[in-house]
Write a protein that binds this ligand. Structure first.
Ligand code: 26Y
Length: 821
């Protein structure tokens, strides 16, 4: 019998055991007999971190010596999840660590559960940033992520009597083993105060900002390990602290500073992540957060540049490109102008030239309520000099517009950074387009709509500036690490280089009809479903049938994502069963995971409705277990990693034109789930890849949605014409699902009937229901389903974030890889 490990692995295993024990003793002050899972986890992280830091040191030295151009990814959110499993896989140490720990009597997968998620993001945008920095390191591209070191990430969700409760998330409570504090790189950031105009000797007008307060930005570095571990980049997150000195001059000059000082306590700035996605609340602290991390990051970039190039700004644009992850960091544009004009004393034109060659902007949404706008008065109060700069940028830009379209005030009103009205507002989208050299959407259709509907005047002014880079996901985390059984099967079939070259998965296509492979593929799925079923039993005490279809909708809760369309369909099935006990359907488990923004009433009502309807159905013997409804609390990255490998059906059912891209759709398809979805976002490109026979597309297209809206969409037409729709909506008004509380679910009906059904749930209901019947038929044909599932995995090559990053490099960043030896 062949030995299970090679000689070198055996040595590594011994080294690794030694390192873990050493850390138990010397880092944690405990020992093998006393250590609990948490201590074992920490010691294992520390042992891995030794290897990480070695790579980090080499990478930083190499980048410094080669004076590399780098991309700086500015993002208010990085949804990193857990790092242990990822870092072990990327270093190629997973198996070694697993065996080493086993010999110490410790189960690696158990201790991995000790790690809290780094949930420093809301959803898609934050997770995209995390996938991108994984790809950047993997592709050996010099890159740094810049963000905020939130003390509390996205809230922890509990479900009490069916309703969402928010609890604080404390991801660092017992110390984070990955982060490194860098006090030597602290930055100072100013806020509030006033601007003084001075006249220099040469007649040059000088502006001096006398800030009201100064705060400290303390950087924490999280190493980002590329696959195969050669390049280790960093994610640098800024934590706010009270400054060592307070500007007493200004303080004494006027009592108003005192008042402003109360507004923002230094430590408050990085205290908590705002849990709203896609709805701008216009909160002052949020703007302060944005400015805080942008200012720290720019100063950090400039410090590093000056170390190599001194005061010579001429090479800045060769060395630095900054990607703005949506408009959240757009304030970096006037901040860089301020630094260049007021501090470095460059001419305006020279400074503007630099800015507009450094920044690039990614748009992630078309929803009007998500487009950031700040009251000019608020910016004036917090950043008085920046408001002046924004006006100056706009003034010069308006002159340019006038040259192109002389006297066209309508064009000017559309293009202006300033929205005139009752209250003057600063449009951060317009500022971002004007201050960037490239703008991109995140899927073909989305980029098309950005050009056609959101920024048509900019598209006319600067054709070619708006481009597309379709999103992607890292196959290391979203297949290799989260689905080890499927990864092993794929390795066996086509070799193990697919994590670096995902198009290799195409090689699975030719086995899609092979009975043995189909069986193996579906056995893996089955085992993953068993594991999830256990988790469901454990956390919710619900029994689910592993032979049922696992139908999964996991994403933030939003009307446009239409979890309520899914719910209405579940109610329809339930009703059909009650009316006809022999109603023919394959058993199905509908599984949801979703957090609602704490202030989003209807979203919370939908969560409540899913739980109440689910509770009724799950306990109704007449259903004979044909339907189960499971709402998994506290959806997050680490839970996604358990749910996605166990999914049969992927629900991607947003109103066409509303979901910019989606990335969960890619993760699920990669793991062999079949999509039921609308022609929206990246679903369209997924359909192109897998072919129409291997996806269930339904519903109105973007053009049809527009046409129906223009014709005057009336949801009541559907209510009165479709008896099933009427019955379901009326059901919501009774106390059938909420005994003793009639009307508890009525807000959903109201939003659909009285408030106009803005997301056309009723218009798409019948098409959705019909598509679900096709899903049911397909699943019953085991061979057909297996083939379809395999083809989905095989055709996901396009959606690796490595491809997205290569597109950014080619179209926008013009970066070169730098090999780290
Ligand atoms: C302005 C503030 C309230 C705000 C905060 C967070 C606005 C938006 C967001 C987050 C947006 C977001 O996550 N968008 C998603 O980005 C993904 C990555 O591009 C897309 O796949 C997804 O369709 C889009 O909804």
């Amino acid at each position: 019998k062949a030995p299970s490990t090679t000689a070198s692995e055996a040595i590594n295993k011994i080294d690794f055991k030694e390192a873990v024990i050493r850390h138990l003793h010397c880092t944690l002050g405990t020992d093998e007999n006393k250590a609990n899972n948490h201590a074992w986890w920490k010691a294992t992280c520390a042992a891995i971190q030794e290897n990480v830091l070695e790579g980090l040191r080499k990478t930083q030295k190499t980048h410094y010596l080669n004076d590399t151009r780098a991309v700086h990814y500015f993002s208010a959110e990085f949804l990193m999840g857990r790092l242990l499993s990822n870092n072990m896989h990327n270093l190629g140490l997973f198996d070694t660590a697993q065996e080493a720990l086993k010999e110490l009597g410790v189960e690696l997968t158990d201790i991995m559960e000790e790690e809290p998620d780094m949930a420093l993001g809301n959803g898609g945008l934050g997770r995209l940033a995390a996938c991108f920095i994984d790809s950047l390191a993997t592709m050996e591209l010099p890159a740094i992520g810049y963000g905020i070191h939130y003390e509390h990430g996205l809230f922890r969700q509990e479900i009490k009597s069916g309703a969402q409760i928010e609890r604080p998330d404390s991801w660092r409570d017992y110390g984070n083993p990955w982060e490194i504090c860098r006090p030597e790189s602290i930055q100072e950031v100013s806020l509030y105060g006033y601007v003084e105009t001075k006249y220099g000797e040469n007649g040059r007008i000088q502006k001096e900002w006398h800030p009201g307060v100064t705060v400290k930005g303390v950087p924490w570095d999280i190493p980002v390990v590329g696959y195969e571990g050669k390049t280790v980049n960093v994610l640098r997150l800024w934590q706010s602290e009270a400054s060592d000195y307070f500007n007493w001059d200004v303080f004494n000059a006027g009592g108003y500073v005192d008042a402003q000082r109360e507004n923002v306590h230094a430590e408050t700035i990085s205290k908590v992540l705002y849990p709203n996605d896609e709805t701008e609340a216009g909160k002052e602290l949020r703007l302060v957060q944005q400015y805080f991390f942008c200012s720290c990051s720019l100063k950090d970039i400039i410090r590093r540049y000056k170390r190599a190039h001194g005061d010579d700004w001429s090479r800045f644009v060769e060395q630095v490109v900054i990607q703005l992850n949506d408009t959240h960091p757009a304030i970096a544009i006037p901040e860089l102008m301020r630094i260049l004009v007021d501090r470095a004393e460059l001419d305006w034109d020279k400074a503007w030239n630099i800015c507009t060659q450094v920044f690039a902007y990614t748009n992630h949404t078309l929803l009007p309520e998500a487009l950031e706008k700040w009251p000019a008065r608020m910016i004036e109060k917090i950043l008085p000099r920046h408001l002046e700069i924004i006006y100056e940028i706009n003034h010069r830009f308006m002159a340019l517009v006038d040259k192109k379209w002389p006297g066209d005030n309508e064009k000017k009103a559309k293009l202006s950074i300033i929205e005139e009205g009752n209250e003057k507002m600063v449009r951060m989208g317009n500022l971002s387009v004007i201050g960037s050299f490239a703008v991109n959407g995140v899927a073909e259709i989305h980029s098309h709509l950005v050009k056609q509907n959101l920024f048509p005047e900019f598209e006319a002014l600067w054709p070619g500036k708006i481009t597309n880079v379709t999103n992607g996901i890292t196959p290391r985390r979203w297949l290799k690490a989260c689905n080890p059984a499927l990864s092993a099967l794929i390795d066996k079939k086509i070799g193990n280089d697919w994590p670096l070259d995902l198009n290799k998965l195409e090689g699975l296509s030719k086995h899609a009809e092979n009975k043995t492979f189909q069986k193996q593929f579906m056995q893996v799925k089955h085992a993953n479903k068993q594991r999830l079923a256990k988790e469901i039993k454990h956390s919710l005490d619900i029994d689910v049938d592993v032979n049922a279809i696992f139908d999964v909708q996991i994403k933030r809760l939003h009307e446009y994502k239409r979890q309520h369309l899914n719910l209405l369909h579940i109610m329809a099935l339930y009703r059909r069963i009650l009316e006809n006990p022999d109603y023919d359907m394959h058993p199905r488990v509908f599984i949801f995971g979703a957090k609602a923004a704490p202030g989003y009433r209807l979203a919370k009502d939908i969560i409540y409705a899913i739980n109440m309807v689910g509770n009724k159905i799950n306990n109704d013997p007449r259903v004979k277990n044909k339907i189960k409804v499971v709402f998994m609390p506290n959806y997050r990255v680490s839970l996604a990693e358990k749910m996605i490998p166990a999914s049969d059906v992927s629900e991607q059912i947003s109103t066409a034109g509303k979901e910019a891209s989606g990335t969960g759709n890619m993760k699920l398809a990669l793991n062999g789930a079949l999509t039921i979805g609308t022609l929206d976002g990246a679903n369209i490109e997924i359909a192109e890849e897998v072919g129409d026979d291997n996806i269930f597309i339904f519903g109105l297209t973007v053009d049809e949605v527009d046409a129906l809206k223009n014709d005057g969409y009336n949801p009541l037409d559907y209510y009165y014409r479709d008896a099933e729709i009427k019955a379901i909506l009326d059901w919501l008004e009774t106390d059938y699902f909420t005994p003793g509380q009639p009307g508890a679910l009525v807000s959903i009906k109201q939003s659909l009937l009285d408030e106009g059904d803005a997301y056309m749930v009723l218009a798409d209901f019948r098409a959705y229901s019909d598509a679900q019947i096709k899903v049911d038929e397909a699943y019953r044909d085991k061979t057909r389903w297996a083939k379809m599932a395999i083809i989905n995995t095989a055709k996901m090559g396009k959606f690796t974030s490595d491809r997205s990053i290569q597109d950014y490099v080619d179209k926008i960043w013009k970066l070169r890889a730098c090999e780290v030896k």
